[in-house]
Design a protein around this ligand. Structure first.
Ligand code: HEC
Length: 96
């Protein structure tokens, strides 16, 4: 196998990872560009990259939002009731 073919195989392998998992940076979020999606993206990427809404069920999102609210309190990051409601509704609409 020469170097060119090896490089092409690597490229194809990494593209497959992008397509078959939600772990690719270019993977679009549902309702991209809407106010709700923007709020989700701005509030939920301070400590880690955004988790895709399809990763969890609505009930699981309720659990994670409570845990994340605790993390934000500890770090003094503002997270108002209305922001939480908006993000909760967004995640529920687009959950698994
Ligand atoms: C203040 C920092 C912080 C912010 C802001 C934050 N998180 Fe997290 N998140 C964490 C930490 C730390 C973990 C690691 C797991 C744990 O200790 O709970 C985590 C883990 C998670 C996980 C579990 C990871 C997995 O494998 O599925 C999810 C889901 C999640 N966060 C969702 C959110 C959402 C949704 C928001 C926005 C509302 C958010 N996070 C905002 C700190 C944060």
């Amino acid at each position: 196998m020469n170097a060119t073919i090896r490089n092409q195989s690597l490229l194809i392998a990494s593209l497959a990872v992008c397509i078959f998992t939600a772990g690719c940076g270019g993977n679009p979020l549902p309702e991209a560009g809407s106010a709700d999606e923007k709020l989700f993206r701005s509030k939920c990427t301070t400590c880690h990259s955004w988790p895709h809404p399809k990763r969890h069920t609505a009930a699981e999102w309720d659990h994670y939002l409570k845990v994340m609210e605790g993390h934000m309190k500890k770090k003094n990051i503002a997270f108002t009731e209305s922001e939480k409601e908006t993000i909760r509704n967004y995640l529920h609409r687009n959950s698994r």
